[in-house]
Design a protein around this ligand. Sequence first.
Ligand code: PMP
Length: 322
Amino acid sequence: LDYTEGQGWHDGRIVPYQPILLDPSAMVFHYGQTVFEGMKAYITVNGEVSLFRPERNFARLNASNARLCIPTIDEELALEALKQLVKLDRDWIPTAENTSLYIRPFIIATEPYLGVSPSKKYQFIIIMSPVGSYYAEGINPVKILVEKQYVRAVAGGTGEAKTGGNYASSLKAQEVAAKEGYAQTLWLDGRENEYVEEVGSMNIFFKINGTVVTPALNGSILPGITRDSMLQVLRKHNIPVQERRISITEIIEAHKQGTLEESFGTGTAAVISPIGQLKFEGTEYVINNGEIGEVAQLLYDTLTGIQYGKLEDVYSWTVIVK
Ligand code: PMP
């Protein structure tokens, strides 16, 4: 789908996967005006094709568009296009346990112009690829490095938008974490360097003394769709939950007192990933003996159960592609 100023979005089409031709001065290459989404299609136990809350992804894409001065897309049209595409590629959706078709909708600024201003031309593209489990270790707990030197996002920045620049700014810390044997970075707030924000590609939760806490959305955290869904599951199960500011000091203190019972991340790709170890200022803190906790297991079973049609979808999250 193309956008041209004055004409709006036009020329929607499905073409075979192939390179696209862009002018070397296309604005996306220079000023990073781009947004994207990450979602999945699953084959259910009944052999149907299901999408998980896809309307939320297109709503978030438009929220990112607004922040990046990219024109709004028609969310219903985008979902209809996605359904057509998924139907066409039905045979590419893997059926083995915990596999899916990863879907990447994205928009790029294509106007050839070397000046910092919003582009007058865009392309909206959806690509897809079969994927297995996100972590090589499967649902085994991951090790996370708490980042103090680099900052991903600050209030007023683009942190809550899903835009390439946020990921570019996270690469250096990710490289450092990987060299030390850590799967991902845990970001702190950019101002006081004290409050927990999120992990590289997931939102983070802690269970402290029986209460599940997750950082409140504050403008610099990506509003994860899995995060929102899991908050609903927790509330339905009457598990006490809080969305609030959480300092890293509070986490370390809870660990010292033995009340940090669990930690896990949530995300489309990461599903529910238990966190078995946090490293902060050179000290390693093992959580729940490095094992998956009860709450993480409940959420994992509920989420994948609904996604693969093994559990009744009492939340009406599933969209079956017919
Ligand atoms: N935070 C970041 C930075 C992410 O990239 C993702 C993955 N989209 C998430 C959180 C989780 O969001 P979601 O549950 O919508 O996949």
